[in-house]
Design a binder for this molecule. Structure first.
Ligand SMILES: Cc1cc2nc3c(=O)[nH]c(=O)nc-3n(C[C@H](O)[C@H](O)[C@H](O)COP(=O)(O)O)c2cc1C
Length: 205
């Protein structure tokens, strides 16, 4: 079974990230691989880990974690074979909280597959493009198909003039098709990378 983490990358109060994650979980539950038990998706919310700005003395690639919050985050990420990153676009990039969470670890990301669900005024596409640059350095294999949700077309707001409203995530049907294709790619690539993950040597403590 392929264990996929649904990483929620925004952490602000009133964020729309949780509504997007809920839509992903509900929609993915009907995917044949998930419904048939070949894959499982679990929420991995960056906000739950209360990570301060990176405070490890040694870069993560050395694997010398010293802080309890790092070890907790590392154990959570290590438990998965693949990732779906749910990311908004902040100033044409992805949230600093997500970059911080990525920078904390190294081996735990390696030789795993990932896909993206972006959202924003332009589907979060610029955020995802930047995230793809980071994936290479972390040795995460990012699949080509992505979901791009528009703040204007794929959310419902009772008062569109109120910017504090989280709203509900109500994507057009083609986004469910894209999510399904993306999950197929993630599952296939993650399975293909399994021998590399099995060979990985534990880093010195
Ligand atoms: C600091 C900040 C910067 C933003 N910059 C952009 C942007 O450059 N492009 C865009 O499409 N949306 C931008 N937005 C709008 C967000 O994509 C939108 O508010 C989204 O709901 C934020 O995700 P969150 O609710 O999960 O925090 C920005 C929002 C914030 C808070």
């Amino acid at each position: 079974m392929i264990r996929i983490a649904l990483v929620v990358g925004s952490t602000r109060p009133g964020r729309r990230g949780t509504a997007v994650a809920r839509w992903v979980l509900d929609t993915a539950a009907t995917h044949p691989a998930v419904a048939g038990g070949r894959a499982v998706l679990d929420l991995l919310d960056v906000a739950d880990f209360q990570l301060p700005l990176l405070d490890e003395p040694v870069p993560a690639a050395f694997g010398a974690y010293t802080r309890p919050h790092t070890r907790r985050w590392a154990a959570a990420v290590a438990a998965f074979d693949a990732f779906v990153f749910v990311t908004p676009e902040y100033n044409h990039s992805f949230p600093a909280a997500l970059k911080n969470a990525l920078d904390y670890l190294y081996a735990e990301w390696q030789d795993k597959a990932a896909g993206f669900v972006g959202y924003g005024t332009s589907g979060g596409t610029r955020a995802v493009e930047q995230l793809r640059q980071v994936m290479g350095e972390l040795r995460i294999a990012d699949v080509p198909t992505q979901v791009a949700l528009s703040m204007f077309a794929d959310f419902t707001f009772t008062d569109p003039t109120d910017p504090t409203q989280p709203g509900t995530c109500t994507p057009a049907p083609h986004h469910a098709d894209a999510l399904s294709r993306m999950l197929e790619e993630i599952i296939a690539w993650s399975a293909a990378l399994a021998p590399l993950r099995a060979q990985a040597q534990p880093l010195p403590a």
